[in-house]
Design a protein around this ligand. Sequence first.
Ligand code: ADP
Ligand code: MG
Length: 304
Amino acid sequence: MPQKTRKTTTADAVRLTGLTKRFGAVTAVDGVDLGIDKGEVVALLGPNGAGKSTTIDLLLGLARPDAGTVTVYDLPPDRAVAAGRVGAMLQSGGLLPDLTVGEMVTLAASLYRTHRPVPEVLERAGLDDLSKRRVGRLSGGQRQRVRFAMALVADPDLIVLDEPTTGLDVEARRAFWTAMRAETAKGRTVLFATHYLDEADAYADRVVLMRQGQVIADGSPAHVKSLVSGRTIRATVPGAHLAELAGLPGVDRAETRGSTVLLTCTDSDAALRALLTRTQARDVEVSAHGLEDAFLALTAGGTR
Ligand code: ADP
Ligand code: MG
C-alpha cells in the first residue's frame, strides 16, 4: 500500500535520508526517509525482521549505513550521543551482573559530563527499593527498568527504546509505560520500536510502520489502525490470476491459500462487488479480523 510518508515540517530532532543497510544478500534497511520533530512520540512498528533494530543502530551511530545519512539534532549520531542528547535502551547487553543497581546507573552517569542525580533517576524508573540489589539477581522486568534508568540518566532530549517491553508481563508493561509517560510529559522526543500494535496505538502520537526494511505507512495511530483493520475475503475463483485480483477495487493484497484465494481489503464492499461482477468467484466468505491478525496480514508479504 504505497501510503505516502508523512511530511514533517522541520525534522529538527531526527532526520534519516535514503538510509540503507545491507547484510550480505539481506537489505535490512531499504531507503528509509524519516523526519522526527522535537517533542514527538513515535512508534516504529513492524514484525520481526522488519529492520527496526537496524534503523535504531544506524540512528545511534552503532552501525554505519551503506547509503544515506543520519542526523540527530543536526549532528552526526555519534556526536549527538557523546553530547548526552540521546539516551538509548537497547534490547540486550549493556548490563554488568556483579554491580548493584545503584552502581550500574552511577557508572552510566559517569560517561557524561553532566547528568541527573542518580537517586532521582532510580526513583523515576521505580528502582529506589532495589538500588542495593545485584543486577544479576533481577527479574526481566526489573532489568528493563535498569536499562530505562541508564537511558534517562544523561537527561537526554531524545530517548530511543528498542522493544522495551518485550518479554514483560502485562503488569510490568503497564508500569513501564506509566514511568515513560511521566518522562515524555516534559516534552522529550521519543522513538520506540515495538511489534505490539496496541502499544503503538496507546503510547505514540505517530506510528511509522515498517516491513522488509521500508516504511510502508506513517501517520496517526488511528490512520495506521484503519489501514490494518480492513477485512478479508476468501473465495474460490476459477481461472483468476493473483495480479488481476490484487488490482480489483478495494483489494490491497491477494494470496492463494490452497484452492482458495485470500484477499486483504481496504474496502471490502467495493472488493466484493468487483469480485462478483468481474470474476467467476464462488464460495465467498467475508470476515473482519482482529487488529493483531490484520497487522500480521499487512506486514507478512505477498502479491499486491
Ligand atoms: P527487527 O528489529 O525489526 O526485528 P532487524 O533490524 O533486527 O529487524 O533485522 C532486519 C533484517 O536484517 C533481518 O532480516 C535480520 O535477519 C537482518 N540482520 C540484522 N542484523 C544482522 C546482522 N548483524 N547480520 C546479518 N543479518 C542481520
Ligand atoms: Mg529488533
